[in-house]
Design a protein around this ligand. Structure first.
Ligand code: NAP
Length: 308
């Protein structure tokens, strides 16, 4: 298959640490341009706007790795110009924006791909198969990490649309929607919001499936000790699995190595190339809808200011 020309918009932490190396290591795409207010990618031409990049570098695909609040208009411009679009997670700021982008992709006859990277974590398929063979009754999600360690200097995460602790927490929800394979509903939510910020630093959700499973999820950005990204699934027959390290290890097949961590992004770009070749889109709104629903019904409590 001929390599496709791809442009990147937003060259921050995730773009430089994961997207650029994954594109370079794969055989599907050539990175031909980057748009970012300040950041540069060595060896790749920088452009001051998406339209300049489209005109000068002529990519057939665009990967959007900006903060989510600004993605919609960038994606619209690319889709309406007939380019295939990959959206980092969370895909956009609202469910309505995503639905509209899906319509524009269809009208333009191009691929739109919501790249939920945790779907590509190596132990997730094993968890999906385990769940298909058991009847999950109770699921505990524990997502506790240190915001200062993982989001140093990032202000957009605290602004409206930045999602706060749901920025990492939505990865857990993306895994749940993938492995459960049935609709999920938020039944109760509470958020803790620092008094000097717009977005939560901690949250608790109760969810249920259309079947009989009950889910408790806890997200906290104040964890300075060991970092935890665990999903424990207990089945009606008494069996249990723990999917840990954000989907990189499963308790009953711990041969999945931790260094498989690097595998998510090469898999994302392979999938993007397959979708383009097949003339298909892959638009998965569920994790974003769950966060939106949580915000709709959440009890909100102000907590001490967050000083970074
Ligand atoms: P980041 O380091 O703040 O990078 C975002 C970049 O986008 C910055 O360089 C920013 O420039 C640039 N940008 C902002 N507005 C733009 C625009 N209109 N056009 C072009 N570039 C623009 O954030 P990040 O950590 O890479 O996260 C980006 C996305 O990836 C988020 O949705 C996040 O959830 C997701 N993600 C992050 C990680 C991670 O570990 N960091 C992991 C998985 C997914 P300025 O800083 O100059 O505004």
């Amino acid at each position: 298959m001929a390599r496709l020309r791809i442009g990147l918009v937003g060259a921050g932490k995730i773009a430089r640490e994961q997207h650029v190396p994954a594109i370079a290591a794969g055989d599907a795409f050539d990175l031909v341009g980057v748009v970012d207010p300040m950041a540069r990618v060595p060896g790749v031409e920088s452009y001051s706007s998406l339209s300049d990049m489209l005109k000068a570098a002529d990519p057939v695909a665009v990967s959007i790795c900006t903060p989510p609040q600004v993605r919609y208009s960038i994606a619209r411009t690319a889709l309406d110009a007939g380019r295939h679009v990959l959206l980092e997670k969370p895909p956009v700021a609202t469910v309505g924006e995503l639905e509209n982008l899906a319509r524009h992709a269809k009208a333009a006859g191009v691929t739109l791909f919501t790249a939920w990277h945790s779907h590509f974590a190596p132990a997730v398929p094993a968890a999906r198969h385990w769940i298909a063979a058991h009847r999950p009754r109770f699921i505990k999600v524990t997502w506790r990490e240190d915001v200062r360690r993982w989001h140093e200097g990032q202000q957009w995460i605290w602004e409206p649309g930045g999602l706060g602790v749901f920025d990492p927490g939505i990865n857990a929800l993306s895994i749940l929607t993938d492995i459960l394979g049935e609709p999920l509903f938020v039944t109760r939510a509470s958020v803790e919001v620092p008094e000097n910020r717009a977005a939560p630093i901690a949250a608790k959700l109760d969810l249920s499936t259309a079947g009989e499973a009950r889910i408790e999820a806890e997200f906290d950005w104040r964890e300075t000790g060991p970092q935890t990204w665990d999903i424990t699934v207990s089945a009606a027959d008494g069996a249990e699995i723990v999917l840990s390290i954000g989907g990189h290890r499963i308790s009953d097949s711990s041969d999945v190595p931790v260094d498989a961590l690097e595998g998510e992004y090469p898999a994302i770009y392979r999938r993007f190339a397959e979708l383009i070749a097949a003339g298909q889109s892959d638009v998965h709104a569920e994790p974003l809808r769950l966060v939106a629903d949580a915000f709709l019904i959440a009890e909100r409590r102000e907590v001490a200011p967050f000083i970074d």
